[in-house]
Design a protein around this ligand. Structure first.
Ligand code: FAD
Length: 505
C-alpha cells in the first residue's frame, strides 16, 4: 500500500495565533500534515495580549511544553483572576476568580445559601468564601492541589509578554519541523472550479501552495475576510470600545500581584497586568466618546510606575466573521473575530478554534462539509457566549457619570443575555452550559460584584436554620484563611519555580 502524502497545511501569519496553530498541527497530527508558516517581519504582529485564561495550561501541557521553561522565556507571572474596580459603581470592587465560591450542599449550589444569609444581613462579601479571591488579595500563590480538598477549588492562568510568546512558540514549532517562509503575501489565488484557495503569492513572485490554509493574518484577515469576502457581524452597538492606548511601566514595588486589574474609566476601562519585568497598562476606550490624545493622557496619568514607552494606540472593532471556516480556509485569531480584552478571551478563542480544527481535521484530505459546519457552530457559540458575558460588565452598572456609561447602561442587550439576566433576577439561577465559557462562578462574581442581586433563591437553601448556615459559612472562611496563610507569596513561588525572575527593566 502506498503511503498517503501529508496534507499541506499553510498558516498565514506569525503572531500568537499563527504559531499556536502551526505548533499544534505539527505536534498533534504528525505524519498526517506538513506545516509551512508564512509571515512578514515588515508587517509585524499586534504584540499585545498579555493575560490569559486557565485553559492555556491545557494547551501548554498537550504540546508537552515545560511550564517553568515557558514562564521563564515569556517573563510570565501567575494569574488567579481579575480585580474589577468601579464597574458597578465608582468606589466598589470585586475579584472574578478562576475557581468557585464555596461548595454545593445537598445538591444546592453554594451561592443560594449565601443569598439567603445576605437577604437577612448575615453574609460577608462573597469573595471571602473563595480560595481564588483570598489568595489573590493576599498576593499568594501555589498551584492547586489537584485533589478533592479546599486547596483544589481554584485555577490559574498566566500573564506573559506577548512579544516573547510568539517567538517561543516559533522556536518550538520549527523544532517540530514547521517551515517558516518570510515574505509579504500580495495575492491569494483560488481554484476557478471549487473556489478553494490554492496558492499564496509573495511580493517577490514566490508562490506557496497548500491543501488547507489557516488564516492567522490578524485584523487584515487576508484570506477569510479578503479573498473569500466572508461577511463581518458587527457588535459595536453592544461593545462600543474600539481602541486601546497601551503603555508599559516599571513595577512600583517588589510585589507582583497574581491577578490582572481592570478599572472602569469614563469612556471604557484600563488594564494593569503585572509581568516579571514590567507592568502592562492600557486604556480600552470608545472613540465615539474619547479622542486618542485624551486616552493617551489618561493612561499616562493613571498608570503607576515609571513609563517605559509612549502610549501606542491600537484600533479594532468588536464582532466576528459569519463563518470562521469557509472552503479550505480556517480563520484563527484576530482574522476570525475580536472581542475586547476585558476578560482576556482572545487567546482562548484562538486555542479553542485550533482544538476544534484538530477534532474535525480532514484526515483523508477531503473536507466534509458537515465537519466544517460543526466547526463553525462551535466557534460561533464560543464567540457569542463571551460577547454576552462582556456586555454584562458594561450593562450591569449604576454609573451615570459620563455619556459612555449612560449609553451602555441604557442600551438594549442581546436576547440571549436578557434571558440569562431575567433567570438570575427571578430565581438566582445561572443558565447551564455544557460547552464554552463562562460557568456559574464567573456569572455570580460579576452579578454580585456589580450589585445585580436576585429576588429569590433556591427554596431548598432556606430549609436549615440561618444561624446553622452562618456557622458553616464561617467555618469555610476560617479554613480558607488558614489555607491561604500557608501559601507562599506569589513572587517567592515564581522565583522558586522559574529559578530566576527576568530583570526588572
Ligand atoms: P497578529 O499578531 O496581528 O499577527 C498577524 C500576522 O500576520 C503577523 O505575523 C503578520 O506579519 C502576518 N501578516 C499579515 N498580513 C500579512 C501579509 N500580507 N503577508 C505576510 N504576513 C502577513 N488577548 C488575550 O487573550 N489577552 C489579552 O489580554 C489581550 N489583550 C489585547 C489588547 C488589545 C488592545 C488588543 C488589540 C488585543 C488583545 N488581545 C488579547 C488579543 C491578542 O493580542 C490576539 O488574540 C493575539 O495576539 C493573536 O493575534 P493574531 O496572531 O491573530 O494576529
Amino acid at each position: 500500500m502506498t503511503k498517503r502524502k501529508p496534507i499541506r497545511v499553510v498558516v498565514l501569519g506569525g503572531g500568537t495565533a499563527g504559531w499556536m496553530s502551526a505548533a499544534s498541527v505539527a505536534k498533534l497530527l504528525p505524519g498526517i500534515a506538513s506545516v509551512e508558516l508564512v509571515e512578514s517581519e515588515d508587517i509585524g504582529i499586534v504584540g499585545v495580549g498579555e493575560a490569559t485564561l486557565p485553559h492555556i495550561r491545557s494547551f501548554v501541557e498537550r504540546l508537552g511544553i515545560n511550564e517553568a521553561a515557558f514562564m521563564k522565556a515569556t517573563h510570565a507571572t501567575y494569574k488567579l483572576g481579575i480585580d474589577f474596580r468601579d464597574f458597578g459603581k465608582i468606589g466598589e470592587s470585586y475579584i472574578h476568580p478562576f475557581g468557585s465560591f464555596g461548595e454545593e450542599v445537598a445538591g444546592v449550589p453554594f451561592h443560594h445559601y449565601w443569598l439567603q444569609l445576605q437577604q437577612q444581613g448575615l453574609a460577608d462579601d462573597i469573595g471571602t468564601y473563595s480560595m481564588g479571591v483570598m489568595a489573590a488579595l493576599g498576593d499568594k500563590f501555589r498551584p492547586p492541589a489537584g485533589d478533592a480538598s479546599l486547596g483544589s477549588t481554584y485555577g490559574y492562568a498566566y500573564q506573559f509578554d506577548a512579544t516573547l510568546f510568539g517567538p517561543f512558540m516559533r522556536d518550538f514549532a520549527t523544532g517540530l519541523g514547521v517551515t517558516r517562509t518570510e515574505g509579504r503575501v500580495t495575492d491569494v489565488k483560488r481554484s476557478g472550479t471549487s473556489g478553494d484557495v490554492e496558492t499564496l503569492v509573495l511580493e517577490d513572485g514566490r508562490e506557496v501552495h497548500g491543501d488547507l490554509f489557516i488564516d492567522c493574518s490578524g485584523f487584515r484577515s487576508l484570506m477569510l475576510g479578503g479573498a473569500l469576502d466572508m461577511e463581518w457581524e458587527d457588535w459595536a452597538h453592544w461593545l462600543p470600545c474600539d481602541r486601546a492606548a497601551a503603555m508599559p511601566c516599571k513595577h512600583v514595588t517588589d510585589e507582583i500581584e497574581p491577578y490582572t486589574r481592570a478599572t472602569a474609566m469614563p469612556a471604557g476601562w484600563r488594564w494593569r497586568i503585572p509581568l516579571q519585568h514590567r507592568v502592562g497598562n492600557g486604556y480600552v476606550y470608545a472613540s465615539e466618546f474619547l479622542s486618542d490624545d485624551e486616552a493617551c493622557a489618561a493612561i499616562k496619568e493613571a498608570a503607576e510606575g515609571e513609563q517605559l514607552a509612549d502610549p501606542r494606540v491600537l484600533r479594532f472593532k468588536a464582532g466576528r466573521r459569519k463563518a470562521s471556516w469557509s472552503h479550505n480556509v480556517i480563520g484563527v485569531g484576530l482574522s476570525s473575530g475580536f472581542l475586547e480584552p476585558l476578560e482576556s478571551t482572545s487567546i482562548y478563542l484562538a486555542q479553542m478554534a485550533i482544538t476544534y480544527l484538530l477534532e474535525l481535521f480532514p484526515l483523508d484530505g477531503t473536507i466534509n462539509p458537515r465537519d466544517r459546519d460543526e466547526f463553525n457552530r462551535l466557534v460561533d457559540m464560543e464567540y457569542d457566549r463571551v460577547r454576552d458575558f462582556l456586555i454584562l460588565h458594561y450593562h450591569a452598572t449604576t454609573r451615570d457619570d459620563s455619556p459612555f456609561w449612560d449609553h451602555v447602561r441604557t442600551m438594549e442587550v442581546p436576547d440571549s443575555l436578557k434571558s440569562k439576566m431575567e433567570l438570575w433576577r427571578d430565581t438566582g439561577r445561572i443558565e447551564k452550559y455544557s460547552e464554552g465559557l463562562f460557568y456559574d462562578a464567573s456569572w455570580i462574581a460579576v452579578y454580585v460584584g456589580q450589585g445585580v442581586l436576585p429576588q429569590n433563591h433556591d427554596p431548598r437553601a432556606a430549609l436549615p436554620d440561618p444561624q446553622g448556615i452562618k456557622r458553616a459559612l464561617g467555618n469555610l472562611q476560617g479554613a480558607i484563611k488558614q489555607e491561604v496563610a500557608a501559601m507562599p507569596g506569589h513572587r517567592e513561588f515564581l522565583l522558586s519555580h522559574t529559578g530566576r525572575l527576568a530583570d526588572v527593566i
